[in-house]
Design a protein around this ligand. Sequence first.
Ligand SMILES: Nc1ncnc2c1ncn2[C@@H]1O[C@H](COP(=O)(O)OP(=O)(O)OP(=O)(O)O)[C@@H](O)[C@H]1O
Ligand SMILES: [Mg+2]
Length: 374
Amino acid sequence: MKHPQTPFPVTGYYGPDYFCNRESELEQLTRCVRGGQSATLVALRRLGKTALIKHLFYHIQSQYTTIYLDILPTESTNELLNRLSTAIIRAHAEKAGFGKKAWDLIRSLRPVISYDPLSGQPQVSLRVSSEESRKTLADLITLLETHTQPVVIALDEFQQILEYPEKQTDAWLRAVVHELRNVHFIFSGSQQHIMADLFMNPERPFYRSTHFMKIGKLEKSVYREFIIRKFAEKGKSVSGDVVDSMLQWTELHTYYVQLLCNRVFLSSGKKITEDTWREEAGRMLKEQEFVFFGYREMLTKAQWDLLKAIALEGKVYQPTSSAFITAHSLGNPSTVLRSLQALERMDLVYREVDREGVTYYGVYDVLFARWMST
Ligand SMILES: Nc1ncnc2c1ncn2[C@@H]1O[C@H](COP(=O)(O)OP(=O)(O)OP(=O)(O)O)[C@@H](O)[C@H]1O
Ligand SMILES: [Mg+2]
């Protein structure tokens, strides 16, 4: 496995050395895989769903054939088929056994197969009707059923299938996966209410057909120890208190924690103090300003005002209450509600339930929240 440039990578998965904890999540997922059950992973954006799937695959890869598909960029069943075909032929040589069967099946559809000039990896492109895409996808998945190893397919950003022009993709897919014995799935997504509707609504085809897992933030003390250790391994010292204030600033949100640590790692000497990291954090906010002004350009005045208000408050339990509206001069409740829905759709604001089961809203971009409050 490649090494990242710092002990705190902000994209990709580099093996267990760079991955903090998630032991109980890993154990649950492994239990599902071993027991032949599919699983659903749900979490706020940038908390570490994709990395967790890669972490699981790292641990099971000697006994399982693992296929990871990020379906966010796909817009139809045809594109899903192209992704799956590409993943399968990349993982299997053409010569014999399963690989030969898979290549034969894909070739029979007269695909365009191109090769990435840098990596030499093949890429499949088929242009077939919706009907034929479904049939071929089902054939490919059924072919995986004959694989000598059990197969785990991760469909990341699974809620995207609802955007396909084909109707009832979930019903169709559920019918295909229902009978499988050798192939199991991990469905992962960040649009939590959509994922919950897909898997927890009795009127939906996937209703309770998987082990449903909600991923939260990493535990503070565990992340703290991890960060201190990773700095120490590279000859840099940092105290628990300093790490705690970094964790507070980043709201323990994995991506932002990693980003801050990454930057502090690069800009620091042997000892990291409160001043060291605050200075770097200030630089980050300055660099991001054009992104924040971009939000303002993209939004209506009402949406922008609401975004700022939520950023200032941190957590907002009752966005349409007169207390909140008056404190931030937001007009009337129906405008706030409409703006809120728009901000949620744009992934600028998330909706979450706290430990008591009460719903609140927060802004996704932790850096924006910090920028607002300075
Ligand atoms: N347990 C962890 N320990 C260390 N770094 C982690 C951990 N989990 C995730 N990361 C890092 O945090 C970043 C965000 O994680 P990841 O991309 O997996 O989140 P995600 O939930 O899939 O986000 P998105 O919703 O944007 O797809 C990644 O760069 C990853 O390397
Ligand atoms: Mg992801």
